[in-house]
Structures are given as structure tokens and as C-alpha cells.
Ligand binder design. Structure first.
Ligand SMILES: Nc1ncnc2c1ncn2[C@@H]1O[C@H](COP(=O)(O)OP(=O)(O)O)[C@@H](O)[C@H]1O
Ligand SMILES: N[C@@H](CC(=O)OP(=O)(O)O)C(=O)O
Length: 448
């Protein structure tokens, strides 16, 4: 039996109408045995507000009511089925209780438990819908299979354990039932709930595809595939029929929100073809991401990653000194920070760190800066975006960079990264400039 995993993002399960299109997609493909859903659009952001912000009782109640309204509307439109209504009541009860926990703001484990509720509610409602539409679905708790470490907010999956759990718990029911489960959430060795980082449902789908030996993994969202750039930045962006694993991984890492950065990792390991398409317009097709593509153009797409922090570490001692970079990276690693771009001079090193809002966990913190200050002068600048041109053989062909730099010659480029790998050229620009940088590059590289 060929197995397909279908993942539906937040906008695809935002209300019952949107969910109906998704259910049709599931029922139309007999190979779709596992369905991964995200929380209904907006719910995880509300949960992050509850988990991260100091709120008055009134503010907290308002956020809880907003979540409740979204979920109850779907239940209502489903006709208030009794069993689902009882389970939703239980989850909403947990929400009210956990949102008021005194230690919520300081306990990452409690934050993750709270954050998991969005997916737990949407999967309950989606399974009910599939059954109402004539399918045979079961709502399955992803935490039984997605085993992770205890790095709450950004937990790392245990691939071996996930494979074992999937083998015993999921495989036996594959041919009998459509398994509807939650993206984004997992469970650690202490039985605490964990989350895989914002946008992590794509990753869950790919992990399950790997664990179950699936042939394909579909990511259904609100756009008809992966585009030459974010269609919200320019209406000239166009969907790409195919992408290689490398290109897609690069795009995801450098900000194409349509895919979580880790999604391609399991796909590459097991050679699983990944499809991206619109749940509203499935008939329009989408993008197939696979190992080999027919064409490998120099320029494939442009991505933008917002909210980059530029840290510059400077010490005269670096002159002729060895081990300085090691110390700097050692401190960053201790604080769990991963660095994206690095440039060095004789006495300084500049690096960028991703610091998106609405994360469960702040990335760059005062303690880390203080530790860096123990060894050097440190400056921290915010308000940058990273714009990346993704393509192929970019570092080994003559003339590839010229049109890029020509198109944005009037822009203040704060940092450039080129040559470390064949698939990208990145520039760091002030946030106010990034939209026009993407538009100019798109015009030059894709609209001629
Ligand atoms: N290159 C790109 N191609 C398509 N969409 C992109 C791209 N870059 C960014 N996006 C954005 O990603 C969005 C879909 O991702 P996301 O909002 O996380 O969806 P979902 O809720 O389905 O997971 C699109 O609406 C689009 O604005
Ligand atoms: N609900 C989670 C996980 C996720 O992947 O969502 P989406 O598929 O809507 O991006 C989040 O908002 O981060």
C-alpha cells in the first residue's frame, strides 16, 4: 500500500468551510492514511500571548474568549456532535486552567503544554468532520509517537524512537482508519508535552512520512505551491512546478514561511517527494519537491527572513590571536543560539541571529550578551532583514552575482554572504528596505 501523509496548515483549518475542502482532499486520495493538522489560524498566536505576556485578568479572559469563539464556531457548524462537544469542553477547561498557572511565564514546560491545545482542538474537530463526510477517521495523540528531547519551545525529535512508536502504534491501523493527528507537538522522556518551534507542523508531517516509509508528503496551505518569492511581497511572484530538495531546504532556512526549515531533513534522508499546494484550490496543482529536477537554474527564488539581529564582537586581541572565534561560538552555543551569517575582519566578527516575534522562546538574551562582553566589546543592532537569492551553481559560474548587485546597487547592504555554498547569495538590509530589495531582485531575475 502506497502511503501519503497530508498536512493542513492553520488557514486551511481556520473554519468549517476551509476544513471541508481539506476533508475532500483527504477522502479523494485513498493513499492518504495520516493527516496532520495545525491549530486553526490565529490560535497559536493567542496561546503564545497567554504564555509569554504579563496580562491582567481581564486581558487574559479576552484572549481565552477569542480562542473559544474560534473553536466553538467550528463545533457549532458541525452540528454540536455530543462526543466531540464533551472533548472540546475538556480541552477548553484545560486551557482556562493552564492559562492561569502562576508559574506559566517562567516555565517552558508549562508554555509548551498550553501551546499544544490549539492542535489538540483542531485535530479533534477535523477527525469528526471526516467521519461526518463518510470517512473513517480516528483522532490520534501525536505525543504518543513524536518523541523529543526536553528543549521546550524548540524540541529535537528522536528519530529512532519515533520510528519504533510509529511501527507499533500507527502502522497496524493504517489500512483501517485515517489517522488525524496534531502537528507541532511532541513528548519528552518525562511525559511532558514539547513543541517543535513555530511552523513545526510541516516538520511533524515529514517525520511521520519518514517513520512510516511513506512515498509522498503533502503540505496543503493557502498558496498554490512554492513561489519565486512570497506572493505577499509582489503579485508578480509565480508558482514553481518543481524544486530540488536542496533548493527547498535553502528556501525554508532563509525565510520561505511556506515550509518549516527542518521539513526537508527527513524527506532527504528517505527520498520522500514533498508536494505543496493550496487546500482551497487543489485543482490548480502545486510544487513537487524531489531529489532531482529537470532544470537547475542559477536563480530559482528569492526569500526574506525578517527580524534579524546583528551582533558585532570586537577585540584588538584578535589580531594574531587564535581561538577567539572558538570562544565566541562557544558562548553562543551555551545559550542555544545558532548563527546564520558570519563575516570577520582582523579585529571583529559580525554575525546574524534570527529573533522572530511570537516565538515561544526569546532567542537572543541579556545573559548571552553579558557573557560575550566578558571577552570583547559587543554591539547589538536590530531592525534588519535577510534577503536571499536561492539557486544553483551560484559560486562556480561567472557573472552570477552581477545582476543581483546591479539590481540593488542603490541600497545600503549591511552584510553580504556569498560563496559558502552553491545555492545562495544573501544580503542583510535594513527592514524598511527589504520589500523593495525583493521586488527589485524579482524584477531583474524573474520578470525579464
Ligand atoms: N516562496 C514562497 N512561496 C509561497 N508562499 C510563501 C513563500 N514565501 C513565503 N510564503 C508565505 O507562506 C505562507 C504560507 O505559510 P503559512 O502561513 O505558514 O501557512 P500554513 O498556515 O498553511 O502553514 C503564504 O501565505 C505566503 O505568504
Ligand atoms: N500552530 C503552530 C504550528 C504550525 O505549523 O502552524 P502552521 O501550519 O499554521 O504554520 C504555529 O502556528 O506555529
Amino acid at each position: 500500500m502506497a502511503v501519503n501523509i497530508a498536512k493542513f496548515g492553520g488557514t486551511s483549518v481556520a473554519n468549517l468551510n476551509a476544513m471541508r475542502s481539506c476533508a475532500r482532499i483527504v477522502l479523494d486520495n485513498a493513499d492518504t492514511r495520516v493527516v496532520v493538522v495545525s491549530a486553526a489560524a490565529g490560535v497559536t498566536n493567542h496561546l503564545v500571548t497567554l504564555a509569554n505576556e504579563e496580562l491582567t485578568d481581564e486581558q487574559r479572559s479576552k484572549v481565552i474568549t477569542d480562542i473559544e469563539t474560534i473553536e466553538r464556531r467550528i463545533l457549532n457548524d458541525l452540528g454540536q456532535p455530543e462526543e466531540a462537544a464533551t472533548k472540546l469542553d475538556e480541552l477548553l477547561g484545560l486551557l482556562r486552567e493552564q492559562a492561569r498557572h502562576e508559574e506559566l511565564l517562567f516555565r517552558p514546560d508549562l508554555k509548551d503544554a498550553l501551546l499544544s491545545l490549539g492542535e489538540r482542538m483542531s485535530s479533534l474537530l477535523f477527525a469528526e468532520l471526516i467521519n461526518q463526510m463518510g470517512g473513517q477517521a480516528t483522532n490520534f495523540d501525536a505525543r504518543r509517537v513524536i518523541k523529543t528531547d526536553s528543549d521546550y519551545g524548540q524540541a529535537l525529535p528522536d528519530i529512532q524512537l519515533i520510528a519504533e512508536q510509529a511501527e507499533t502504534l500507527l502502522k497496524p491501523q493504517l489500512d483501517k482508519l485515517v489517522t488525524v493527528t496534531q502537528g507541532f507537538i511532541g513528548c519528552d522522556e518525562f511525559d511532558n508535552t514539547t513543541t517543535l518551534g513555530r511552523g513545526g507542523s510541516d516538520y511533524t508531517a515529514a517525520l511521520l512520512a519518514e517513520a512510516l516509509g511513506a512515498e509522498t508528503c503533502e503540505i496543503w496551505t493557502d498558496v498554490t505551491g512554492v513561489y519565486t518569492t512570497d506572493p505577499r511581497i509582489t503579485e508578480k511572484a509565480r508558482p514553481l512546478p518543481e524544486l530540488s530538495f536542496e533548493e527547498a531546504a535553502e528556501m525554508a532556512t532563509f525565510g520561505a514561511k511556506v515550509l518549516h526549515p527542518a521539513t526537508m531533513v527527513p524527506a532527504v534522508r528517505r527520498d520522500i517527494a514533498v508536494f505543496v499546494g493550496s487546500s482551497r484550490e487543489p485543482e490548480k496543482g502545486g510544487t513537487w519537491i524531489k531529489r532531482d529536477c529537470e532544470h537547475e537554474p542559477h536563480y530559482r527564488a528569492i526569500t526574506r527572513r525578517r527580524d534579524q539581529v546583528l551582533v558585532t564582537v570586537k577585540t584588538p586581541d584578535m589580531l594574531y590571536a587564535s581561538g577567539f572565534l572558538e570562544q565566541v561560538f562557544g558562548i553562543l552555543a551555551q545559550h542555544g543560539l545558532s548563527v546564520d551569517l558570519v563575516t570577520t575582519s582582523e579585529i571583529s566578527v559580525s554575525l546574524t541571529i534570527d529573533n522572530p516575534p511570537n516565538s515561544v522562546r526569546a532567542r537572543i538574551n541579556r545573559d548571552c550578551i553579558e557573557d560575550l562582553r566578558q571577552i570583547s566589546e559587543v554591539s547589538v543592532e536590530e531592525g534588519f532583514d535577510l534577503v536571499t537569492v536561492v539557486g544553483n551553481n551560484m559560486h562556480s559560474a561567472a557573472g552570477v552575482s552581477a545582476p543581483i548587485f546591479d539590481a540593488i546597487s542603490a541600497v545600503n547592504l549591511r552584510l553580504i554572504c556569498y560563496g559558502a555554498n552553491p545555492h545562495n547569495i544573501s544580503v542583510l538590509v535594513h527592514s524598511g528596505d527589504s520589500e523593495s530589495v525583493v521586488q527589485k531582485l524579482h524584477g531583474r531575475l524573474f520578470e525579464v
